[in-house]
Design a protein. Structure first.
Length: 303
């Protein structure tokens, strides 16, 4: 008599955990990625409240003068970075009084990321960029004298901003948007003045007596200084928070779309930084001023 055939149990989906994990991961990505978040665009020119006030955005020197020397170019790229920071300030200022209780923890995270962005930007300028530019100009330390003073004028207010948010971070229900706006009003004027003034300071360096001659090795060195600093200053501040914050506060439609592809990077890399790295703190980015390089309606503003 033949032995009974061995029973082979049918494999189920539970035996293949990868088949369970894949749809879960896809579902998490779809629900957390900024790419899939609803973001109605806003007509900035139409007078709708947006992140272009209360601090006015900076006009880039290249757009204004059409010059292309290294210092005009460096000042222009700094202006684009500053405008992302200013849109961040304005988006916090505009939305803070209207944040709902259920959104307070996320808004605090968004606002603290802005503070981290500004603090690391300031520190990196002082420690890295300024000394390198001084060296290009023959060691002239006087070129940043006014800039150092401008920094000092708003640092105390910036520290108060951070202290307040840290104080309510563990208990978001205690967050008071009106109180935060009051703190921001305390350093708004020197902060806005500096973020405009520094651009003019850099652009004026083209007229410095020791400015590198066009086409010289010194000019190439100076150009590399601005390029390498600009490339590293945001990424080293934080890939999961500062980088998405920066990219989601860039308006590619500004100045006739001249900077739609700034900063230069492959499109898949930009997409990944926003939608994969950005997914970690996805709920924070609802408060950003832009999506896909276009102005979007500020999330917390009342209808």
């Amino acid at each position: 008599m033949e032995p009974p055939a061995k029973y082979q149990p049918r494999r189920t989906i539970l035996d293949r955990p990868i088949l369970i994990a894949i749809p879960i991961l896809i579902g998490l990505f779809i629900t957390r990625s900024p790419f899939f978040m609803s973001a109605p665009t806003v007509d900035v020119a139409g007078g709708q409240p947006w992140a272009d006030s209360p601090i006015q955005l900076v006009t880039t020197p290249q757009y204004e003068t059409k010059k292309t020397d290294i210092f005009t170019t460096g000042a222009t790229h700094m202006a684009l970075l500053h405008n992302a920071i200013l849109r961040g300030y304005n988006s916090i200022y505009q939305q803070a009084p209207h944040v709902q209780a259920s959104d307070k923890a996320d808004f605090i995270g968004y606002a603290l990321t802005w503070h981290k962005f500004v603090a690391t930007h300031h520190d990196d300028e002082e420690a890295t960029l300024f000394p390198k530019v001084e060296a290009v100009l023959g060691g002239d330390e006087s070129v940043w004298a006014a800039t150092h003073a401008e920094h000092e004028a708003f640092l105390a207010g910036l520290a108060e901003f951070d202290k307040y948010l840290r104080g309510v971070e563990a208990k978001p229900a205690d967050f008071d948007g009106t109180a935060l706006v009051r703190i921001m009003d305390g350093f708004r004027e020197p902060f806005g003045a500096h973020f405009h003034s520094e651009i003019a300071t850099i652009a004026r360096l083209a007229d410095h007596p020791k400015a590198p001659k066009p086409g010289s090795p010194e000019e190439a060195t100076a150009s590399d200084t601005f390029r390498s600093w600009g490339k590293s200053t945001v990424t080293k501040a934080g890939t999961l928070d500062v980088v998405p914050f920066f990219l989601l506060n860039l308006d590619g439609t500004a100045e006739d779309g001249l900077w739609a592809n700034w900063p230069p990077m492959p499109a898949p890399v930009r997409w990944g930084l926003v939608n994969i790295a950005g997914a970690y703190h996805s709920r924070w980015w609802r408060f950003s001023s832009c999506a896909g390089g276009r102005p979007k309606k500020l999330y917390a503003l009342p209808e």
